[in-house]
Design a protein. Structure first.
Length: 280
């Protein structure tokens, strides 16, 4: 097929007409998208300030911001599509069909959304709590629409689906203000247990972080291979749990050494038997 000069002119003229016809619409849609994007960010910032001003629970604040952001973006995309000439009835029909398909494909996401709502309603944990769930132990950083972010103590962030959290066991280590500190110690066979118990209790009394009520206890729990095993239990503020444990384990070692209480180590007695009393 050969193109003559007149054909080229016709194509050029149609292209120019298309640009003049569609250009303003595309420009209008682009401006609307940019303004809408800025407006969404502005509204989210204002909402964040309001949540902080009224001291809304951080867990709810994160969820509300995520939910509002999703709704505003859907409204903006509908407005842009309408500006480009798509009929609202057609758009709604397409959106409904797409919503059904997406809903079937994203059943897990819907379950996560419902799980997030349940978490916010029943509050098994909040932002900032230390929890153990789904094999993860750490501090809750945020509760979003679909996922909860947990920061491990080695500074790794684990993203856990809300559905899994809402339908499984959760251990909240921050819900109560006090925690029990439990230490295990062993002393050599032949050690006076009453003396050992008193030395341990005297050592614990020196730590002001340990609560007097409930009072610390020291109990003999069994005969080890090389030691008499005792468990030491005391109560402290939740924030002081590990410092109390570490400091007092070291303090108990020093107290045992100062009071001549032997800390055993694994050992074996080996006996040689010779036939007919013959020794080599």
């Amino acid at each position: 097929m050969e193109f003559n000069y007149e054909t080229v002119q016709i194509i050029q003229q149609k292209a120019i007409d298309l640009v003049f016809e569609a250009g303003p619409i595309i420009l209008k849609a682009t401006v609307l998208l940019l303004i809408g994007r800025w407006l969404i960010k502005f509204l989210l910032r204002q909402m964040n300030k309001g949540l902080i001003r009224y001291e809304i629970d951080p867990s709810l604040a994160t969820f509300f911001k995520s939910f509002l952001s999703a709704i505003l973006w859907v409204v903006l995309l509908i407005a842009v599509a309408t500006t480009l000439g798509m009929q609202m009835t057609s758009f709604v029909a397409i959106l409904g069909a797409a919503g059904l398909a997406v809903g079937l494909a994203l059943q897990g996401s819907l379950s996560n959304f419902a799980g997030g709502v349940l978490i916010l309603v029943f509050k098994p944990f909040r932002v900032g709590d230390t929890i153990e769930a789904q094999g993860t132990l750490g501090s809750v950083e945020s509760i979003d629409i679909l996922y909860t972010k947990i920061r491990n103590f080695d500074n790794r962030v684990v993203t856990v689906p809300n559905g899994a959290l809402a339908n499984n066991s959760i251990v909240n280590l921050s819900q109560k203000p006090t925690r029990r500190v439990e230490m295990s110690v062993g002393v050599a066979y032949g050690t006076d247990l009453k003396k050992t118990r008193q030395v341990i209790l005297n050592t614990l009394k020196k730590d002001e972080r340990i609560h007097a009520d409930p009072e610390p206890v020291v109990k003999f729990i069994g005969f080890g291979d090389s030691s008499l095993d005792l468990t030491v239990r005391c109560w402290a503020d939740a924030a002081d749990l590990w410092p109390v444990y570490w400091d007092n384990m070291e303090a108990l070692k020093e107290a045992f050494e100062a009071n001549d209480i032997e800390i055993p180590f694994p050992q074996r007695d080996v006996n040689h038997y010779y036939p007919e009393g013959k020794k080599e």
